[in-house]
Design a protein around this ligand. Structure first.
Ligand code: PLP
Length: 389
């Protein structure tokens, strides 16, 4: 079939490619340890699930305004306002089915064909996809291990041109767990102001940050709010991946355009899901903190375990729930290595190349799984790599 240029370049997300292969092996009776998918292994917190089901029982099952329920937009404005130290008007808030539409639609609204958009490589695959769908030119900015997988600001400065329309930031980042230092955010902010471009700041892992570090958002810096699209959501923080609920804070005029895109695409976000979101944000937050501490324990275990495997080195990621070990010295392309580990070790992990060409030489291993599974998975990886040499 002849498809348009807009969609011809689209590829399946690496995580789903590996999941499909893993499920095929499971149907054949193999036991697979899943360290490929980036979603919390815990259930949606019970108070949130109860609020969602109560909303269904109470008839909250109809359309809402495309930009979301006013009550949830007010709640987001308050929560984002206080966590980022900025004043947020509910009209600057967009509610969407997941944070993905809040990445996609502002990009469609702002990027003209030929406009350049800088984004991290390795990075979340939706970035490149949405830039291309908008007709923009993706300009990958390499993330290097030596800099803790933080965006290289010198590279950003070099790669910017008069056509740069937007810079995408993702800190803490997928797939590396890298966190951008506040001083780098300041430099990026200065570049964005100087060259008059937008920042799309994907802050979906903002609550998953370790070792006592505090999260810094570029939107908090002087003069940055009017040029920032701040994206966050409920999937990772509240274990709500399947509820499909995300939000963005952006200039009012852009929020209105994005609302029109929502009107003509999804219509609105499920009403009862939005009520669950209100409970998530206004209810007790201690569970978020307990889960974060648990991820930190798992991170420490996985990094220590990976370091002990001959041929692997692994930085300690500062956030999110991914380890990004360097496996270059094993001398195998990482997509082959990931296939080998799935088939021979029974452990599903992702090749770094699923996140861009700069991911060659790395694997992404999600530690959103139990400590027991992580330890078992590491042991099986060690044994399978032993057979490889
Ligand atoms: N941004 C990043 C960096 C992610 O890793 C993900 C999900 O894996 C998303 C956005 C999408 O999240 P949501 O479930 O809110 O659409």
């Amino acid at each position: 079939m002849a498809f348009t240029r807009r969609v011809r370049h689209l590829r399946e997300e690496g995580a789903y490619v590996v999941l499909r292969k893993a499920q095929r092996l499971e149907r054949e009776g193999r036991k697979i340890i899943h360290l490929e998918i980036g979603q919390p292994d815990v259930e949606t917190f019970s108070n949130i699930a109860a609020a969602g089901t109560a909303a269904i029982k109470n008839g909250k099952t109809r359309y809402t305004l495309p930009a979301g329920l006013l009550e949830l937009r007010e709640t987001v404005a308050e929560v984002v306002g206080s966590s980022r130290g900025i004043a947020v008007d509910p009209e600057e808030v967009i509610i969407a089915p997941g944070s993905k539409p809040v990445l996609f639609f502002p990009t469609l609204a702002l990027v003209n064909p030929g406009d350049e958009v800088l984004y991290p490589d390795p990075g979340f695959p939706t970035y490149e996809a949405m830039i291309r769908v908008a007709g923009g030119k993706p300009v990958p900015v390499p993330l290097s291990e030596e800099r803790g997988f933080s965006l290289d600001v010198d590279a950003v400065a070099r790669l910017m041109s008069y056509r740069t329309r937007m810079i995408i930031l993702n800190s803490p980042g997928n797939p590396t767990g890298g966190v951008m230092p506040a001083s780098d955010l300041e430099r990026i902010a200065a570049l964005a102001c100087e060259r008059d471009c937008f920042i799309l700041s994907d802050e979906i892992y903002s609550r998953l940050i370790y070792d006592g570090a505090t999260f810094a958002s570029i939107a908090s810096l002087p003069d940055m709010k009017p040029r920032t699209i701040l994206v966050d959501g409920f999937s990772k923080t509240y274990a709500m991946t399947g509820w499909r609920l995300g939000y963005g804070v952006m200039p009012k005029a852009l929020a209105q355009r994005v609302s029109l895109l929502l009107t003509h695409s999804v219509g609105c976000t499920a009403c009862f899901t939005q009520y669950a979101g209100i409970e998530a944000m206004t209810g007790p937050q201690d569970r978020v903190e307990r889960v974060r501490q648990e991820y930190q324990r798992r991170r420490d275990a996985i990094v220590a375990g990976l370091q002990e495997i001959p041929g692997i080195t692994c930085q300690t990621p500062g956030g999110a729930f991914y380890a990004f070990p360097n496996v270059r010295s094993l001398g195998k392309p990482v997509d082959e290595l990931a296939d080998y580990l799935l088939e021979q070790a029974g452990v599903a992990v992702l090749p770094g190349t699923a996140f861009g060409s700069r991911g060659e030489g790395y694997l992404r291993i999600s530690y959103a799984n139990s400590l027991a599974n992580i330890e078992q998975g590491l042991e099986q990886i060690r044994q399978a790599l032993g057979r490889l040499s």
